[in-house]
Design a binder for this molecule. Sequence first.
Ligand code: NAD
Length: 247
Amino acid sequence: MIKAQLREAATLIGKSHSLNAFTGAGISAESGIPPFRGEEGIWNKYDPKVLDINYFLDNPRKSWIIIHKLFYEMFSKAKPNPAHFVLAEWQQKSILKSLITQNIDQLHQIAGSTEITCFHGTSLELVCMECGKKFAVDEKLFEELPPLCSACNGILKPDFIFFGEGIPPKAYAEAIDAAKKTDVMLIIGTSGEVRPANQIPVLAKQNGATIIEVNRDPSHYTQSLSTMFFRGEAGKILPEINALITK
Ligand code: NAD
């Protein structure tokens, strides 16, 4: 990595007044959580229909057996990596003003980030499909699959969005607001293929933001949007930039 470019990114970040980070599955890859797509992706091993809302409603037990294995057994073993910790540090130092994640794995929260817009919801709670009651995740809920609501016996679903569901309105409004306000947006570990999340950086750019991208491979944004592109692993690049910040 060219030191001058890292220094330039550190200067832009240090001088920004409304830095935003927009993260995707790639930021958690070094924590052992594979992305959905690509050679090592989850959908190479499992059928994505388990996260289709209509399939889930018709086959809750079949869906839940895979969902539990992927999003509760695998996620519970994962730990944040240096990229998550750098963002948490920047938030604590008020360098980072807003954090939008497409991820549902809770690693930003575990690393110490507090105010997070979870664009696709969270795996931390389950929601009843009948009465809407929410439950904090507890292994006891999974003793029988599918887990059922203690209030009405309805089927519980993870409180993240499935294929065929809309974005949680509060998260959507927060993300739009942050995209309009930000002067520097860091895009980390996202291919930019998932709609409508992929429109958030576009809106930021339209509103004049400088875009700094950190991705292992070139993305949807690299040619069209990014002012600077750092190709590589977020867990290495973010600490390198952090070391050069003087603020
Ligand atoms: P994606 O799978 O479409 O793209 C991942 C991106 O991360 C790619 O551009 C790749 O080059 C990059 N990448 C891979 N390893 C990296 C690393 N070590 N450092 C930096 N970049 C790296 O991911 P997406 O754009 O987030 O879209 C996938 C959807 O699936 C999202 O909605 C996301 O929420 C969801 N998902 C979430 C998780 C999770 O919560 N950890 C895991 C899988 C999928």
